[in-house]
Design a protein around this ligand. Structure first.
Ligand code: AHM
Ligand code: MG
Length: 334
């Protein structure tokens, strides 16, 4: 028994990525280095969050608003800078694009040779930070297309099928990193005493149907009638559980592990909804499909959406295949 515990503890994230890549791909060294850097970012952010109530300048707002007009929190900026900092001198990433930056950030010493772009939401669900509830970071890796010498980053406006890796870090009671490089979805738990992410579940499959439905029903009267009909359907049928934390990563993690559906639909006034395609919806859609689930705008697969700008939004319906299809069937009829 001791042997198997040791074997499990020895399956670290970096070993896992290397094993995957030995069997599946040529860019092994690069992707393994990228994942190690992302893991380091996760550890740094987790450490800061754990102490947020104790250290000065960790909680509350900066007084600034971001490109989307949202108030920026100190933790948003800290986490945004962590990702930039861990990729400096990596030689791999020339550009980073995030929710907190109007334009992509170029790391001059990595350009133009750095072949990858990191897209990320440094702290997703940041309204949870000040009340000590779970938040997450979302990331996607894309291969840079062309030289982008004029720094327009126009090659990023392409579909989610161009992602080569995606994942998230969930800062909950424990810190969990979930990733896919296109060969299944795997979850790791941070062992703080080792400072390593240790394999927790391999090849996760979303059940075809699940009990959870996760949506901000406070928006009920702002939705199209067809969507309200779906909610009415849920209310009239047994077996559903409402679960909504206000942090997408946590809500999606529940759906990934237990099945069901998460929705952030458009409203009559904001048909695009709230969530951003490139660094929120598309990375999670990549994971959902890799886990045998689905992600849709309601009328189209999220991975087929081609954003028209860096911070473009789209409605999101994600989770178990049967539950996503049910939502789509209401939208189609409406
Ligand atoms: P954020 O990245 O600015 O925190 O916004 C995204 C978050 C998601 O985590 C969450 O699902 C959603 O916004 C909650 O929005 P609402 O409060 O409108 O329900
Ligand atoms: Mg977000």
């Amino acid at each position: 028994a001791q042997g198997s515990t040791l074997d499990r503890d020895s399956t670290t994230l970096s070993r896992h990525v290397l094993q995957q890549l030995q069997s599946f791909g040529p860019d092994a060294q690069d992707l393994s280095a990228l994942m190690n850097r992302i893991a380091l970012a996760g550890k740094l952010i987790a450490r800061r969050l754990t102490r947020a109530g104790l250290v000065e300048d960790a909680l509350g707002f900066t007084g600034r608003t971001n490109v989307q007009g949202e108030s920026v929190k100190k933790m948003d900026i800290y986490a945004n800078d962590v990702f930039i900092s861990v990729f400096k001198q990596s030689g791999l990433v020339c550009r980073l694009a995030s929710e907190e930056m109007d334009e992509p950030y170029y790391i001059p010493e990595n350009c133009p040779l750095g072949r990858y772009t990191l897209l990320y939401d440094p702290i997703d669900g940041s309204s949870n930070v000040d009340i000590n509830l779970n938040v997450g970071s979302i990331f996607a890796i894309r291969q840079q297309q062309g030289s982008d010498l004029d720094q327009t980053a126009s090659d990023l406006l392409s579909s989610g099928r161009d992602q080569i890796a995606a994942g998230y870090i969930l800062y909950g009671p424990s810190t969990v990193l979930v990733y896919s490089i296109g060969h299944g979805v795997h979850a790791f738990t941070l062992d703080p005493s080792l400072g390593e992410f240790i394999l927790a579940s391999e090849n996760i499959q979303i059940p075809a149907h699940g009990p959870n439905y996760s949506v901000n029903e406070g928006n009920f009267w702002q939705w199209e009638e067809s969507l309200r009909d779906y909610i009415r359907y849920v209310h009239r049928h047994e077996g559903y559980s409402a679960r909504y934390s206000g942090a997408l990563v946590g809500d999606f993690h529940r759906i990934l592990m237990q099945g069901g559906v998460f929705l952030y639909p458009g409203s009559v006034k904001k048909p695009e909804g709230k969530l951003r395609v490139l660094y929120e919806s598309a990375p999670l859609a990549f994971l959902a499909e890799q886990a045998g689930g689905r992600a849709s705008t309601g009328t189209q697969d999220i991975l087929d959406v081609v954003p028209d700008k860096l911070h473009a939004r789209s409605p999101l319906v994600i989770g178990s295949t049967e539950d996503v299809s049910l939502v789509e069937s209401f939208i189609k009829e409406g």
